[in-house]
Ligand binder design. Structure first.
Ligand code: PDD
Length: 283
């Protein structure tokens, strides 16, 4: 596999990352997961805007994002991924320096790493739906920054796996916010609901696309998280994310919802998103 590391394309296996890298020592960095359909990057601008926002918030300087699209495209080419679907993982850390908590000396170059790999989506899950469980949100209060420190997400995801669930949904102060690696939408009284894009969720690219599609389809929607009380009454729910697109939820904490079937609004949005990406495949 050919990867990108600090300005060069090279064999992934040959990359050596310093144990003094602040990503390794502190989780002091950011990442993005982008997707390509037949070699076309999906919503590149939204991913880059989120990355630029994260860099700004973490005050990591010295990164030129101008070439990111070309670099991602080159990774796809070099790894024979221009056909079919692929994901591009990109990580930026504050660089390599002796271990002190505060920022290293000005001018310390950030570390930049990226790789691409084939994605073979499960074709059945979007049709069948998946079970999810809830977990207490133990993350920090800047979930809008796509930071690499994901221990709380890892624990949540493992808790879901141990309960044979596809995803864990974070609940903070009685509000159902998002999944460990996905955003979550509910339908209650025919209104599409998802948590507001504040500091307690990641502002998902797919989330933004789903809201855009909902508006264009005339589906009433509100950016306001559902509460535990409300979850008991939802008609439909689904997960949204770059790698899973839209996945209907059919069980929450062991309770069947939506009659155990993907709901009608979920299906409309799932199909609209599929239509959008099918356009990328042929264009
Ligand atoms: N996860 N919420 C969280 C906590 C996430 O980690 C992600 C993405 C999302 C969905 O965002 P997007 O639609 O931009 O993919 C929501 C990535 C894919 C990951 O960690 O692998």
């Amino acid at each position: 596999m050919i990867a990108y590391y600090n300005g060069h394309f090279c064999d992934k296996a040959a990359i050596v990352i310093s144990p003094d890298d602040r990503g390794f020592l502190f989780g002091d960095g950011l990442y993005e997961v982008m997707r390509s359909y037949e070699g076309k990057l999906f919503e590149l601008e939204l991913h880059l805007a989120r990355l630029a926002y994260g860099l700004d918030q973490l005050r990591i300087t010295g990164v030129d994002l101008g070439q990111t699209g070309a670099m991602a495209q080159e990774l796809l080419l070099k790894n024979s991924l221009l056909q079919g679907d692929a994901t591009i993982y990109l990580q930026i850390t504050r660089g390599v320096a002796e271990r002190v908590h505060h920022f290293p000396a000005a001018g310390t170059p950030p570390t930049l790493y990226a790789c691409a790999r084939r994605l073979s989506p499960n074709r059945e899950l979007p049709l069948q739906g998946v079970p999810v469980v809830s977990v207490a949100d133990q993350r920090w209060s800047r979930c809008d920054i796509k930071a690499t420190g994901l221990a709380a997400n890892v624990l949540a995801s493992q808790a879901a796996k141990e309960k044979n669930a596809f995803e864990a949904l974070f609940v903070r102060g009685g509000f159902w916010l998002e999944g460990s690696r996905t955003n979550v939408f509910f339908v209650k009284n025919n209104v599409l609901r998802t948590a507001a894009a504040d500091q307690f969720i990641l502002h998902g690219v797919t989330r933004a696309v789903v809201l855009r599609l909902a508006r264009s389809l005339g589906i009433e929607n509100r950016e306001s998280a559902v509460t535990t009380e409300e979850v008991a009454q939802v008609e439909e729910a689904f997960l949204a994310g770059t790698t899973i697109e839209i996945l209907p939820i059919i069980k929450i904490d062991g309770r069947t919802i939506s009659g155990g079937q993907p709901g009608p609004i979920t299906c409309r949005l799932r199909d609209a998103l599929r239509h959008l990406t099918a356009g990328l495949r042929v264009s």
